[in-house]
Design a protein around this ligand. Structure first.
Ligand code: ATP
Ligand code: MG
Length: 656
């Protein structure tokens, strides 16, 4: 992009003045503080943001690097920090959660109510013999009880592992076996898009597949009440578990390093890994990023649309906003039911002020809005919004502009937050009252995070040159281990190539030559080399999506090519019905010309394939490893357990 084309969006004076981190000088001062005294910086924040039962005296322990420990001699309880202390501060009657069910029914829970429910569930779990260190798998859809169940585990020191409710029996079985869970908490059914979908019977199936002998009990929340089978001696209704239980439960104080949860990654690049997180360091970053990145204030209504089955739902639903005493939305349904205006209607109804969603949702809602005025955001009152966020994948500049203009009314900053299951919270992100925004860039590291870009040998590359994204110093909320597989942990995140000294994120990045702003260029194995030219897949995808009259979504991968080394293969979803024959050829030519004009002839895709959608993980991410196989003409033999829409694969066979 030429410099003239780069648009900067500065925070307005009003946004800046009101923000927790106000202005770039304040941002820089925090970075400098961390630079001067790294441990002192994190220790100060850990004391300010968290309540400790036993204050820590040690900050970082690197004796067994890369198995780092933070605040190790301190003790605390995550659920105490999220619930009790808000009640003690006088927020007992404040709404913690506004729950909207699939059908539109709204239920609210105050901090006192959420604490009481959590305590009852915690007491019930104790009654089942679950104690500190035991694992509990939670397989449930979005609900107040889903959040309360996670909090209840944290309260008694049990390590939760939430499995997204869209996963199959086999995927659930694998995760139950890997965690060795003593209990599974589920619901009879879940309701999504007007349909009742099984949960409990899938748990039964998963256990029947074998390898789940650790599971002594299955606790079942009643969602719809339709008939299900209950196994005597093993299965118990949540209502019965909590009946007669006290609404108080003394928190179990745990060491800061105690595993708060295990969570499996989305599987975009390979077999999911059981990411192990700590209590103290994780909770610190959850609270701190909610405060600074989302600038959460007492009267905000915060809505993170992620599912609690993903890390985004953990950090920005279950832990971060509650640790700060915020009010948040928990939504059971899907963005397209009863129509594609659902998100906008909910923002209007609940006067949401901070809205955090994923590019995949934005792209599909753009397509719907452009086809139908009734579900266009202009048909709703979105004036309550003051801040928008994006997470999960790079957001193309074209989608960013639309989000900014049509949802944010041109007035709301967008925080494009780069982070991973493994990082626990935001790593590279704008701060809304400080950072000038550039569409498509996640801008600068969160204060204290030492991110940079290196070459294959671990040497830092100059700004303006693409390379591999790494983090130079350990940080409090980092992954502690891959559950049961320390070797894989070391190999995946602290590889020998970098002498075990750098955290490898697995993503490629480039820093702007002038501003040092980061742009994520795609996964490392997605960087293309065409006739010696290195290109990020993201750049080509953004060029395709910038053809706004035609393209809804695009994914680009490389395949081996005899003459150019690698050839570019583009998978494109159009804003019109799937084309065939000459029409498809003509559109493909038009798209190649467009990319040639935007980036240069070298970036013109050799292959273009059309589909009504792209193969995605259950969290809505494009599954590039499958696209690479299709591009090479291979048959698909890989792990597709996290693939959401297998039927799409057939459409992508035709090359234009
Ligand atoms: P797996 O590790 O199993 O392959 P995954 O990496 O998709 O799955 P997550 O931890 O859910 O699992 O996703 C983290 C990844 O998502 C990042 O490494 C990055 O590729 C992408 N990502 C997240 N947020 C952003 C963002 N704001 N900009 C660009 N990429 C992002
Ligand atoms: Mg990953």
């Amino acid at each position: 992009m030429s410099e003239a084309e780069i648009k900067l969006y500065n925070p307005s004076a009003a946004v800046q003045a009101a923000a927790h981190v106000s202005g770039m000088a304040a941002y820089q001062a925090l970075c400098d503080e961390a630079e001067r005294d790294y441990e002192g910086y994190w220790a100060r924040l850990a004391r300010e943001l968290l309540s400790w039962k036993t204050p820590f005296t040690k900050v970082l322990n690197s004796d067994h690097a890369p198995f780092f420990k933070w605040f190790e001699d301190g003790t605390l309880n995550a659920s105490y920090n999220c619930l009790d202390r808000n009640v003690e501060r006088g927020l007992g009657d404040k709404t913690a959660i506004i729950f909207e069910a699939d059908g539109g029914e709204v239920t609210r829970a105050t901090y006192s109510e959420l604490l009481a429910r959590t305590s009852q569930i915690a007491n019930g779990l104790k009654g089942l013999g679950i104690t500190k260190g035991d694992r509990v798998v939670i397989y449930i859809s979005m609900s107040i009880d889903g959040v309360a169940a996670m909090q209840a585990c944290a309260r008694i020191g049990a390590t939760h592992s939430v499995v997204f409710g869209g996963f199959s029996a086999q995927s659930l079985r694998d995760r139950i076996e890997d965690t060795g869970a003593k209990a599974v908490i589920t619901a009879d059914f879940q309701v999504r898009g007007g349909k009742q979908l099984a949960l409990k019977s899938i748990v039964d199936e998963a256990i029947a597949l074998g390898g789940c002998d650790s599971v002594a009990n299955v606790v079942v929340v009643k969602r719809t009440g339709a008939p299900i089978s209950m196994t005597a001696g093993r299965d118990i209704w949540m209502d019965d578990l909590v009946a007669g239980q006290s609404t108080t439960c003394e928190p179990t104080w745990v060491e800061a390093e105690h595993p708060l949860f295990l969570l499996y990654t989305s599987g975009s690049t390979g077999k999911p890994k059981g990411v192990q997180h700590s209590t103290g360091g994780y909770l610190l970053h959850a609270a701190l990023t909610t405060k600074w990145t989302f600038d959460l204030k007492a009267d905000d209504v915060f809505w993170c649309t992620a599912d609690i089955g993903w890390v985004t739902g953990h950090t920005y639903i279950t832990y971060g906003p509650l640790a700060l005493g915020g009010t948040e939305i928990v939504f059971e349904g899907v963005p397209t039911y009863p129509d594609a205006g659902r998100f906008w209607k909910m923002i209007q109804d609940h006067k949401v002020s901070i809205f955090y969603t994923a590019p995949t949702a934005i792209r599909s809602l753009i397509k719907a809005a452009e086809a139908n005025d009734a579900v266009h955001p202009k048909s709703y009152d979105l004036s309550s919004l003051r801040l928008l966020g994006s997470v999960g994948e790079p957001i193309n500049p074209a989608a960013w502009e639309w989000y900014h203009q049509h949802i944010g009314g041109g007035r709301c900053p967008i925080v494009d937050t780069f982070w991973q299951t493994e990082t626990g919270g935001h790593m590279i992100t704008p701060l809304p009252g400080a950072t000038p925004l550039v569409p498509g860039s996640c801008t600068l590291p969160f204060p204290g995070i030492q991110a940079t870009v290196v070459d294959e040998t671990g040497k830092e590359v100059p700004w303006g040159q693409g390379g591999i994204l790494v983090v130079k110093k350990p940080w409090p909320s980092m992954i502690r281990n891959i559950w049961g597989d320390p070797e894989r942990f070391k190999k995946s995140y602290y590889p020998e190539d970098f002498k075990g000294q750098l955290y490898l994120a697995g993503d490629g990045a480039i820093r702007d030559a002038k501003t040092g702003y980061f742009t994520i260029t795609g996964r490392i194995d997605d960087v293309l080399n065409v006739s010696g030219h290195r290109m990020g897949t993201m750049e080509i995808e953004s060029a395709l999506v910038s053809c706004t009259e035609l393209v809804a979504e695009a994914a680009v991968v490389g395949r081996p090519d005899d003459t150019t080394g690698e050839a570019i293969c583009a998978f494109v979803v159009l804003k019109r019905p799937l084309p065939v024959g000459d029409e498809a050829k003509a559109i493909a030519k038009q798209l190649r010309d467009h990319v040639g004009k935007e980036i240069g002839p070298i970036a013109k895709p050799k292959d273009i394939r059309f589909g009504e959608n792209l193969p995605k993980t259950r969290s809505g991410k494009i599954m590039r490893r499958l696209l690479r196989s299709i591009a090479k003409g291979e048959s698909i033999t890989q792990d597709t357990s996290t693939l959401e829409n297998p039927a799409i694969l057939g459409q992508l066979g035709q090359n234009y």
